[in-house]
Design a protein around this ligand. Structure first.
Ligand SMILES: Cc1cc2nc3c(=O)[nH]c(=O)nc-3n(C[C@H](O)[C@H](O)[C@H](O)COP(=O)(O)O)c2cc1C
Length: 171
């Protein structure tokens, strides 16, 4: 897993190749092992593989057309109501999003371990994505994740060094 953490990159170029549905299901089986507030698991996944839906998602993502070349696109959503039933406002606004973010990282690391490539796409018109996936009002689309066979090997974008972001005891 340490290896996957270091190897993972945002991949935005995919080869035409077919990822088995079985692999995508295994990836999502790992997604649901993520921690969640009160174990409420406020995630929902919409799996997209048709060109018709991929085109609409790429448009909603302001023309990020690399989405079209992915074999599958996972739209990860937060069921804000599920978390708010127990945790009120904090569940609605924060925990449900954090639950999905943890699930998303599990997806990205599992994709890496399988030798596939993915990218966390967060820049999209939310109301367009809602329409495309028929999203209920209490559910919020959080990320669009294209998954495919990598056709690039990007270097790691520079990180702000730990010493700049680490604070002992207080800021
Ligand atoms: C919340 C969030 C939103 C992002 N949105 C996009 C996006 O819309 N399009 C894109 O190409 N990459 C997007 N990324 C990927 C980042 O650009 C990428 O993670 C960052 O540059 C570091 O590169 P790395 O993932 O290879 O380490 C997003 C990442 C996060 C966490």
């Amino acid at each position: 897993m340490m290896d996957a953490i270091r190897k993972r990159r945002s991949i935005r170029k995919y080869k035409s190749g077919k990822i088995d549905e079985k692999d995508i299901i295994e990836i999502l089986e790992n997604a649901i092992l993520a921690p969640s507030a009160g174990n409420l698991q406020s995630w929902e996944f919409v799996l997209v593989k048709t060109m018709e839906q991929k085109k609409k998602l790429a448009d909603a993502a302001f023309g990020q057309d690399f989405i079209l070349d992915a074999d599958f696109v996972v739209v990860v959503c937060a069921d804000q109501k599920r978390s708010s039933m127990v945790y009120g406002e904090r569940g609605y606004e924060l925990y449900s999003i954090q639950d999905t973010a943890a699930a998303i990282e599990n997806i990205l690391l599992t994709v890496t371990e399988k030798g596939f490539g993915a990218c966390w796409v967060g820049a999209f018109d939310e109301s367009m994505v809602r329409d495309i996936i028929n999203c209920p009002a209490h559910v919020k689309p959080v990320a669009v994740i294209p998954v495919g066979i990598p056709d690039e090997k990007p270097n790691m974008p520079e990180r702000i060094p730990l010493r700049r972001v680490l604070h002992w005891e207080r800021f």
